[in-house]
Design a protein around this ligand. Structure first.
Ligand code: ADP
Length: 652
């Protein structure tokens, strides 16, 4: 059976999509095993096109192409790749070696697209390189070798998977005449050992070394001469077992990662820039989430300090629609307190008088807010002292000069002594410290930790000189009473103060839960906003990756063509580029997490915000960056994978 059989093969190109160029016209040809065929003809006569069709790098428009009786020109992409890998070996004019790999690894490339590289393959590659005369240069990279030597590597690579046919397109075109002769001699030697060779050349003296010379002109065969006899060999179709493409085999994945890593190394600046894009994106996500979460936690904490089922009762500076000066505002008094306590469903009413004061202990002093309140404060606001005790009802009656300190005040005045039972001065009046409140966590105005609590009566008459109460907390017995109480309190106060009905808005009764909800919602919005900003920066990073990937694909189109010629399938190319994108993102993601952490804590330290980096946010940012890599890498990778091998190889 003939090794190769072509019948009525044709291939037409259309220039600008319209003007036809008949590159091959009705080409019929048989090639027997063991032949050394030279294809000659003037430039543009269709030699390369014929070789591309023979090499399954291009598809003919019409006609038949059989290898050992099997029609091969209309197989699927995978079957075609399989045949290229197993039956054909290519030698190109431009050598097409991968510069970043040593020559042994270059020679082993066909194995990569078979069942993966093994130690036996490595040995075979070394033997082949020794056979072409490079046994002493195994560790070299292609650019450390002369043109002739590079072409020998290419020949070794073509022989690696023991193909039936070697296809060579102007293999000596880039060589000086001495190296050219050496390569031709190697071809002849290989041919004498039984390998079929098909070589395109335009040099008559090289063509004369072949056993058969076919001449093309204008896409037709115009000459076919036998120059010398060849030993008639027989070859059989090798068993083409389906390829074991297990992406998740560790060794294959490692191979992909090593390739990707090498390719990142070869283009350091570009890799650095694309990684930087992800670093900024992920860093921003981490920092934004840390600030957002920190703010949320802070608000939650200070809100939880507010207590439950609470109504806040204040006087308003607007009464009857008119703004009032502070003198004419209605003031609360002890009668109001009693009246409120009598309402149905009320558990506690806590009064407050507030003012600023200077607290002094030994040589330390601290300006803070002074609160006169009742014993019930500790229950309503969940503020049972952690050290000492709260003041008692009898102390309240006696206007005792006892003080309970917020945590921060205690820390400021007593950095290294126990505050209990010590005497401090508040606005020059002596007070004994009886307790320290638990830390509530808060900041700014009304920070519960930065306050001193004294009995209401003491504050009013001994400290602040007030005859009125600023505001009340009313705690209901259960949530069911809240709405009713909120509606009742305003009118009750209006009545108590004998105000005209028009001034019913003179009191401000608010459900703390509503305030809490509003605050929580604000913080949530704020966090979402931060998250959105971060997502946008990741998106921009992703587009950066896509951009870089597209450039990479374009730059490496030639390499893609070569890999396909050696038997790479679309999914190999796709995986390779995806792995590269993912590697960029994983690297960028890891660095970004670190930098994001540093940024968050620096911002936190400088601005005095609390920042919280949660495991979730790290995972989210990381997963998101990998997803960005896959999503934005996918399109360029698919574009790369879908190229016809011949188009990719011709791409400059
Ligand atoms: P040779 O190898 O003998 O120089 P080719 O096989 O490269 O010739 O080309 C044969 C003809 O087909 C030429 O006229 C060439 O211009 C045309 N041709 C080859 N490739 C393309 C292409 N991709 N698009 C359009 N025309 C092409």
């Amino acid at each position: 059976m003939s090794l190769i059989e072509l019948k009525g093969l044709c291939k037409t190109y259309y220039i600008g999509g319209k003007i036809p160029v008949y590159a091959l016209r009705d080409v019929s040809l048989t090639i027997e095993p063991g032949e050394f065929v030279a294809i000659m003809g003037p430039s543009g006569s269709g030699k390369s096109t014929l070789l591309a069709v023979l090499g399954l790098l291009d598809r003919p428009d019409c006609g038949e192409y059989k290898i050992l009786g099997k029609e091969v020109s209309r197989l699927s992409e995978r079957e075609t790749s399989r045949l290229r890998n197993h039956l054909l070996g290519f030698v190109f004019q431009a050598f097409n070696l991968l510069p970043r790999l040593d020559i042994v690894t270059n020679t082993m490339l066909p194995f990569v697209y078979d069942d993966g590289v093994t130690e036996a393959n490595r040995q075979a590659a070394k033997e082949l390189l020794t056979r072409v005369g490079l046994g002493d240069r195994l560790r070299h990279r292609p650019n450390e070798l002369s043109g002739g030597q590079q072409q020998r590597v290419a020949l070794a690579r073509a022989l690696a998977n023991k193909p039936l046919v070697i296809m060579a397109d102007e293999p000596t075109g880039n060589l000086d005449s001495k190296s050219a002769q050496e390569i031709i001699n190697l071809f002849k030697e290989i041919n004498q050992q039984g390998k079929t060779i098909i070589m395109v050349t335009h040099e008559p003296n090289l063509a004369n070394e072949a056993s058969r010379r076919i001449t093309l002109s204008d896409g037709r065969i115009v000459g076919d001469e036998r120059l010398r006899a060849t030993a008639a060999g027989t070859v059989n179709m090798p068993a083409l077992k389906p390829r074991n493409f297990n992406l998740f085999s560790l060794s294959r994945l490692l191979d992909y990662f090593r390739e990707a890593y090498l390719s990142l190394l070869t283009n350091k600046l570009r890799s650095f820039l694309s990684i930087l894009g992800v670093v900024i994106g992920v860093g921003a996500v981490i920092a934004m989430l840390a600030i957002g979460t920190g703010a949320q936690r802070q608000v939650e904490k200070s809100l939880s300090a507010l207590g439950t089922n609470l109504l806040s009762v204040r006087t308003s500076f607007r009464q009857g629609g008119i703004s009032l000066g502070s003198d004419s505002v209605t003031r609360f008094n002890l009668e109001d307190l009693k009246a409120l306590q009598q309402l149905d469903g009320v558990k506690y009413v806590v009064p407050y008088v507030q003012g600023r004061g200077q607290a002094v202990y030994a040589n330390r002093n601290w300006s803070t807010s002074i609160n006169g309140t009742s014993v019930d404060y500790q229950y309503v606001r969940d503020a049972i002292p952690t050290q000492g005790r709260f003041f008692t009802r009898s102390e309240e009656h006696l206007r005792a000069k006892v003080a309970v300190l917020g945590k921060q005040v205690a820390d400021q005045l007593f950095p290294d002594t126990d505050p209990l039972n010590k005497w401090i001065k508040i606005n020059r009046v002596n007070f004994q410290v009886v307790g320290v409140l638990p830390e509530k966590g808060g900041s700014g105005f009304m920070n519960p930790d930065d306050q001193i609590f004294v009995p209401l009566s003491t504050a009013m008459h001994r400290l602040l000189g007030r005859d009125y109460i600023n505001n009340f907390d009313v705690q209901a017995e259960s949530a069911d009473y809240l709405t009713g109480l909120a509606d009742e309190i305003g009118p009750l106060l209006v009545k108590l103060h004998r105000l005209p009905a028009a001034q019913a808005d003179g009191f401000d009764v608010r459900n703390m839960a509503d305030i809490q909800k509003a605050a929580a919602e604000t913080v949530q919005t704020f966090s979402f906003l931060l998250g959105a900003i971060a997502a946008v920066s990741l998106l921009v990073g992703g587009i950066g990756i896509m951009n870089i990937m597209l450039v990479m694909v374009m730059e490496r189109t030639h390499e893609i063509g070569l890999r396909k010629a050696l038997g790479a399938e679309d999914r190999d190319i796709l995986t390779q580029f995806l792995v590269e994108a993912v590697l960029i993102c994983v690297l960028g993601g890891s660095i970004g997490v670190g930098i994001g952490g540093i940024i968050s804590f620096s911002i936190g330290a400088v601005a005095g915000w609390s920042v919280v980096i949660t495991l979730e946010s790290v995972l989210l940012a990381f997963v998101f960056s990998v997803v960005v890599g896959v999503v934005f890498g996918l399109w360029p990778a698919r574009r790369a994978a879908r190229l016809l091998p011949i188009e990719a190889l011709r791409y400059e």
